[in-house]
Design a protein around this ligand. Sequence first.
Ligand code: AHG
Ligand code: MN
Ligand code: MN
Length: 351
Amino acid sequence: MANLPVPITTKEPLTMVQPTTLGEFIVENQRDFPFASGELSQLLTSIRLAAKVVNREINKAGLADILGAIGTENVQGEQQQKLDVMANDTFMRALRSMGQVCGVASEEEDSFIGFEDEIHADAKYIVLMDPLDGSSNIDVNVSVGTIFSIYRRISPAGSPVSLKDFLQPGDAQIAAGYVVYGSSTMLVYTTGNGVNGFTLDPSIGVFCLSHPNMTIPEEGKIYSVNEGNYVHFPTGVKQYLKYCQEYDEATNRPYTSRYIGSLVSDFHRNLIKGGVYLYPTGTMAPNGKLRLLYECNPLAFIVEQAGGMATNGAQRILEIDPTELHQRVPIFIGSPRMVETAHAFLQKYKE
Ligand code: AHG
Ligand code: MN
Ligand code: MN
C-alpha cells in the first residue's frame, strides 16, 4: 500500500493577524457618515480603484513611453505631462462609471464636467480633484500624489450641475483625501470623523489600514517652503523664516528645512512628523500658487481633522468663499502651534 500523507494536527489556534482592508473599513464606518446610504462608500471605492490604476502606471513610468510633457498647457498655463492626462482620464472614467457623482472639476480641465446621462440622474455628489500633484517631479522619480474633495450638490437632483455646486466653501466638504505614490503607496482620507491612512500591499493589490486615527503633532521641527522665492515674500514671512533658522535651545530651533516640491508628499511628511508648509503670496504670485478647490481645501479638511491648522494667513482656508474654479490662495498649513507663530509674524509685520 502506498504511503499516504500523514495529516498534521495541532491544538494551537492559527493566529495570523488580518489587516483591515480599505474596503472593509469603508463599510464598517458607513454609519458614522451623516447621510449614510452606501453611496459615499461606493464613490470611495471608485477612487480607490482609480488610485491603483494610476499607481500601476506611475510605477512603470520609466519603462513605458509615458514620461515627459504632452505639448499642451492646462487652463492655468502649465505644461501638461503625459501622466497628468493619464491620471485625469483614469479618475474621470472611474467616477463616471458609477452612479453617485453628477459632476467633476479637475485642475487639468478648463471647466467642470457634468455627467448628464440616465445613470447619473439621481447622483448627489460632486468631486474636485488634482489628479496628479507634483507632476513636474515625475521624470526624476520623486513621489507624486492625487488629491480629491467631495461635496453634496446644491442644485436639485435631476437638473444639470452648475458652477455654484463647485464653488462651495471647504467647510461643506463631505470627504477629502489624497494618495501619495511614494516609496509605498498610501491613501489617506477623512469623512469628518478623524483621519485614517491605508498602505497599498502591492502583492495583493489591496489598501490595508496602516495609520489609524492620524493626528498631527502640536509642534514640529520642520518648515517647508520654496526658499528660492524668498525675495518675493512679504516681510512677515521673511521674518518668520528667520525665526525658523535662529538658534534657541528652548524652542528646538533652528528647525529643519524640507521641501520636495510635491505638495502631497510635503504635507504627508509634516502630518506624520509635525511641521509647517507655506506657500505665501509673493510679488510674482500675488495669490500664492496653490489652488483653493483642488489642493488647499481637501488638505485643510484633513489637517483640521488631524488636529492641525490651515489658513491663508488671516482666515481659515475652509471658510473662504470661492469665486472661481481655478482660484489660487496663499496657504499656511500644518502643526497648530507653528501656524499660529507664523500668524504672529504676519500680524507684527503687516504691510
Ligand atoms: P501640480 O503638479 O498639481 O501642478 O502641483 C504643483 C504644486 C505642488 O505640488 C507643489 O507643492 C508646488 O506646486 C511646488 O511649486 P514650486 O515649484 O513653485 O515650489
Ligand atoms: Mn498640485
Ligand atoms: Mn496636478
